[in-house]
Structures are given as C-alpha cells and as structure tokens.
Design a protein around this ligand. Structure first.
Ligand code: FMN
Ligand code: SF4
Ligand code: SF4
Length: 441
C-alpha cells in the first residue's frame, strides 16, 4: 500500500487531508468526529477576540443541478471564548496525538499575538496558521485580508509571531490581490515555515430581484462576502502554481480551494501543494467524503507507481510554461465518432456561432450527425468541450511532430507579425465566410 503520511514544514499527519479553518472545525466535538472519520489534520476555526455574527450569513451559486457550485459567507472568526477552544484543543490532542491540530489565529496588537500564540502552544497545537485572508468584516477592523494585501505588514506580523513560536507557522494568504507571490515572499522574509492558500475571494453571489437586495439578506440589507467551493478551484490552482514555481520562493504550500474529490486534491499536489485543506465540500457532504479521497489516492498511486506523497508534490510543474514557450507547430483537429454521436447539434451550433465555422450538418442528413471541415478547423477544442457524450469528439494530432517552434523562436527568426496587416498573421489563409453569407442560412 502507498504511504499517505504527509509532512508540511515538520507538521506530520497520517494523510494529507486537513479540514480548513471554518465551521467544520468550530469545536473539539467536530474535529474528533472528523479524525475518527479519517481526516489527517484540522485547522481550528480562527481564534481571536470572539465575535458576534449575523443571521443569515451564507449565500450560494447553484448551477443547473449542482447545488453550491460556489459558496459565499459573511461569517467572521470564532464566536466562542478562547478558553473553551483551548480546553477542547488539549482534549483532542490527548485522543489523537498523531493527527495534526493547527490553531488558526487572528488578532491585532503584538501583545495579543504573543499571548495567543503562547496559549495555543500550551494547549498542544502542532502548528499555527495566521489568518491574513478573511475578505469581509474582519478586514474592516484592520485584520484578515487588510493584512494579507500589504506585504510589509505581513512581514512585520509574521516577525512578531516568530518571536514566540515554538511550532511551525503557516501564513494563510488572501487571493484578493494582483500578484500572490508578493505576500508569499513577504511571509518567507518574515520567517514563516509554510503558506496556505487560498482563503475566500471577495464576492456578491446574487441579488433578490423582488426586494432589490443582494444575498445573503440580513434584515433587508447585505454586504460582500468570501467565495469558495468548486467554482474557485481554477483560481486556487493557478495561485498555488504561481507560488510553487517562483524561483525565490522556497516554503512548502498547503493547497486550499474547491477541493471536493481525490482528483481535486491530487491536482493541488501536482501543482506544488504538500497537503490540502477542505471546507465547502465538508459543509455540503460531511466528514465522510475523506474516505473517497483516501481510497482515490491509494488507487491512483498504485496505478502510477508512486509510494509517497512527496514524490507527487509539484509533479506537473515542469510542464507549466509561459505562453511564449509553447510549440506553435503542434496541431490538433476535431474528430467525431459517428457511432457515439446522438445528433444533438450542440457542436455545430458552438462552432458555427462561437468558433470557426468548421462543422457542417450534411444536406439531406437523416440522423443529423455532423462532419468536421478539416481545412477550417483550428483545433480550438470548443466542440469537444460542449459535446455531451464522453469521448465522442476527440482532438487528433495532425502535425508529424518533427517541428518545434515557439513564439520566442518566431521573434528571433523574424516570423512574428508586427504590423496591422502582416502577411504572417496566424489567421491569414484561414477560412472566413463573407459577412453576407450570414443572411443566406
Ligand atoms: C463559512 C465559512 C467560514 C470560514 N471561516 C474561516 C476562518 O475562520 N478562518 C479562515 O482562515 N478561513 C475561513 N474560511 C475559508 C476556508 O478555510 C477556505 O480557505 C475557503 O473556504 C476555500 O476552501 P473551499 O473551497 O474548500 O471552501 C471560511 C470559509 C467558509 C465557507
Ligand atoms: S475544434 Fe474548434 S474550430 Fe475545430 S471544429 Fe471544433 S469548435 Fe470548430
Ligand atoms: S455535440 Fe457531440 S453528440 Fe452532439 S452532434 Fe456534436 S458530436 Fe454529436
């Protein structure tokens, strides 16, 4: 069996699956239940001066039959007294000494930072996560993303924490910033041991059109919240990758954002995360989802011949390039498997109206199975993405693989278009119907 144990900056856990700091880690009861279900670690709901929350506080984007495709909250940090949390933390560690219990913290002054870091260390926390990410409420009070958006402030605050920290310190970053590598590097300069990302993305999920108020509604009013769930995974993956490939950034990464299945978790790891954290999926489906994550990892690792998590961390990074380093001579074209096609026309409509007019429905066709017009197809993938039948449209390589030229090469070899009507434009020679042909159909 593959070895699933994980190690983030010295914080060990039986597997790389941690609960992110959020409602599922609000109490010792929940964390014990989660560990019992199989989770390897948990980041306690952020501790600080306890807050008062609003009711209601969540909103969601439902997409077709998928509930909570995106999830939004205006909740603040823990509303429970610190001493209750510390007592429960100690108890959890007694029952689960080998699981990772991380204390997420958010306070203001240096004195408060020192005091709370000492408190959670005394309670047995295996690590500390600094919440510099909350994009609502707490940032109005000068904490959360208000800190995470200021690299200099990050450096100072991490420095304060490091003065008293005896366990590894993780900085949790806000995605509400132009260049995620700046706060990542500031965390490193401040002396942090790891980073985690992403916290939630500032958002408004919709508007009640009868009462003219955005969601979630609090007595007829609303405010912006933080967005998470499956919809944010692509943003999280890109930010994890940006930090992981930065030549000066050397800290381990805990990947967070949109993780619901073992595949989502593995994608974070392939792009540089040493472990992962999950919030929305647990709020939606409960602690039991970790069983699928564990078995999914085990099966995948056996199939691919991986024995440890570390072997897979960043495995996809060598294949991430800048656009200018991609091979311009690589060519694919769409190919339709007529035996699988159900004649729904979706590919035809998409290519005709949204791409390159490279699909036709043959005249007098009785089954409406479309055909690709090879010479018009630019290999954009759109038809294969819209086709509802798995593997019905595949993209087939048509160049012979003998040539490799990048945009960088084009510039060196003077092959790059540099005037408005340049003969070397990529679309020169591509089929484009006359405007008036639009009215003949
Ligand atoms: C209701 C709610 C409350 C949250 N509270 C916290 C918090 O107290 N501290 C924190 O660092 N992150 C908090 N988060 C952010 C999550 O830990 C996580 O970073 C984010 O939800 C992205 O992960 P996901 O896509 O798996 O939900 C909260 C998220 C939600 C939905
Ligand atoms: S790959 Fe793009 S251009 Fe080619 S047929 Fe499909 S949608 Fe049209
Ligand atoms: S979208 Fe797929 S199933 Fe529908 S017509 Fe095109 S190839 Fe056939």
């Amino acid at each position: 069996m593959p070895n699933l144990t994980a190690n983030l900056a010295g914080i060990k856990s039986p597997n790389p699956f941690w609960l992110a700091s959020a409602p599922p880690t609000n109490s010792g009861y929940q964390i014990m239940k989660a560990f019992d279900a199989g989770w390897g670690g948990a980041v306690w709901k952020t501790l600080g001066i306890p807050v008062v929350n609003t009711s209601s506080r969540y909103g969601a984007v439902n997409y077709k039959d998928k509930r909570m495709m995106g999830f939004n909250n205006i909740e603040l940090i823990s509303d429970r007294p610190l001493s209750d949390n510390l007592r429960e933390m100690e108890e959890v560690k007694k029952y689960f000494p080998d699981h990772a219990v991380i204390a997420s913290l958010m306070v203001q002054s240096k004195k408060e930072w020192h005091q709370i870091v000492n408190d959670v260390q005394n309670a047995g926390a295996d690590g500390i996560e600094l919440n510099f990410g909350c994009p609502h409420g707490m940032c109005e009070r000068g904490m959360g993303s208000a800190v995470g958006q200021e690299p200099e402030v990050i450096k100072t605050l991490v420095g304060w924490v490091m003065e008293v920290a005896k366990v590894p310190v993780i900085v949790k970053l806000t995605p509400n910033i132009t260049d995620i590598t700046q706060p990542a590097l500031a965390s490193q300069m401040g002396g942090a041991d790891a980073i985690s990302l992403i916290n939630t993305i500032q958002s408004l999920v919709g508007v009640d059109l009868d009462n003219f108020v955005p969601y979630p509604v609090v007595d007829g009013k609303s405010t912006n919240g933080g967005y998470c769930g499956p919809a944010v995974k692509p943003i999280a993956l890109n930010m994890v990758k940006n930090c992981a490939i930065h030549p000066e950034f050397k800290l381990p990464i805990s990947g967070i954002g949109g993780i619901e299945t073992w595949r989502d978790a593995m994608e974070h790891i392939m792009l540089g995360a040493s472990n992962v954290q999950v919030c929305t999926a647990v709020m939606h489906y409960g602690f039991g989802i970790v069983r699928e994550m564990i078995s999914g990892f085990e099966e995948y690792m056996i199939e691919k011949g991986f024995e440890t998590i570390d072997e897979m961390v960043g495995k996809a990074l060598p294949n991430v390039k800048d656009w200018e380093d991609l091979n311009m001579k690589y060519e694919v074209k769409a190919s339709i498997n007529k035996d699988k096609c159900i004649g729904c026309d979706l590919c035809y409509i998409a290519c005709e109206d949204g791409a390159h007019q490279a699909i036709r429905i043959p005249e007098n066709s009785t089954n409406r199975i479309p055909e690709i017009i090879d010479e018009n197809c630019v290999g954009c993938n759109l038809c294969s993405l819209v086709c509802p039948v798995e593997n019905c449209i595949t993209m087939v390589r048509t160049d012979d693989g003998s040539e490799h030229e990048t945009w960088k090469d084009y510039q060196v070899k003077d092959k790059a278009p540099n005037t408005f009507d340049d003969e070397r434009a990529g679309g020169r020679g591509h089929y484009v119907p006359k405007p008036s042909d639009a009215l003949k159909k």
